[in-house]
Design a protein around this ligand. Structure first.
Ligand SMILES: [Zn+2]
Length: 272
């Protein structure tokens, strides 16, 4: 009897401990959410400052010239590196559709302008891959990255903060590429790519949507991750049958991510 009571109390104690721990986690999550909501700029600037500070301790990242040696260099219809050039076409259509249809936010229009221009600049780069072409390839992409970050801040955190941050972020994206061309150091450009990848999931996780569900955004993140995986498996995929290489498929997966974002805007409705 006594042993049973002790066992019961012990069991109750462990449940109480788990419940307390869960409550603590929940409370800290709520506190973080409230902190981000009430001080969005402070949160973002703080995270940006810390990550940029860390970047200063990372050695410079030069542009590897091996990067330009893509697996599939076949010429078709007189176009060199045909599949890496042609696979950019979806960006033009998705960007044009976004520019035509999405008028709700200026940051969204800048994003779709970046996507539209990527179709041309990436084709230009892949026609004859070198550093100069890569600069033009990356320029509209970094603008699109920064614009979508500003847009999500606008939509999820603070309308005014997002609009205020649009041009500084876009200028930072451009500056990161000018810095690379001047110094052959890709650290700042890596940050421009890396920072939204950290901040966006955090914002989506902590802050509820105001206009429609997150389904298309989650799909966009999935396609983007797939694009990254394909980028690193360019030659491996090409060696399996010599049909298509990873890089051309990466363009298609990245375009699918942009299409998911287009769908997110097309289906955007204020939530009751
Ligand atoms: Zn490419």
């Amino acid at each position: 009897m006594c042993a049973n009571i002790i066992w019961g109390l012990g069991h109750l104690g462990s449940w109480a401990f788990i419940a307390t721990r869960q409550t603590t986690v929940l409370l800290s999550q709520m506190a973080l959410t409230v902190a981000i909501r009430s001080h969005p700029l402070m949160f973002l600037f703080g995270l940006a400052a810390v990550s940029l500070l860390v970047l200063m301790f990372v050695p410079p990242i030069p542009q590897s010239q091996i990067y330009h040696g893509f697996a599939d260099q076949r010429t078709l219809f007189g176009i060199p590196n045909f599949w890496n050039v042609a696979s950019n076409l979806p960006f033009v259509f998705i960007g044009a559709a976004g520019l035509w249809q999405i008028r709700v936010h200026f940051s969204a229009r800048i994003f779709f302008l970046g996507v539209f221009l990527t179709g041309f600049s990436s084709s230009y780069y892949h026609w004859n891959p070198d550093d100069t072409g890569l600069f033009w390839d990356r320029l509209p992409m970094s603008i699109a990255f920064m614009a979508i970050l500003a847009n999500v801040i606008e939509e999820r955190i603070d309308d005014r903060a997002g609009r205020m941050l649009l041009w500084p972020l876009v200028l930072l994206g451009i500056a990161s590429l000018l810095w690379w061309r001047q110094t052959d150091d890709l650290r700042l450009y890596s940050w421009v790519q890396f920072f939204p990848c950290v901040v966006l999931p955090l914002i989506f996780w902590l802050l509820p949507p105001k206009h429609g569900s997150d389904g298309y955004w989650i799909a966009a993140a999935g396609w983007y991750l797939l694009a990254k995986a394909l980028e690193f498996t360019d030659a491996v995929i090409f060696s399996a049958g010599h049909v298509m290489a990873g890089h051309a498929l990466k363009h298609l997966a990245a375009a699918a991510a942009c299409y998911a974002i287009l769908r997110a805007f097309q289906t955007r409705r204020p939530l009751a």
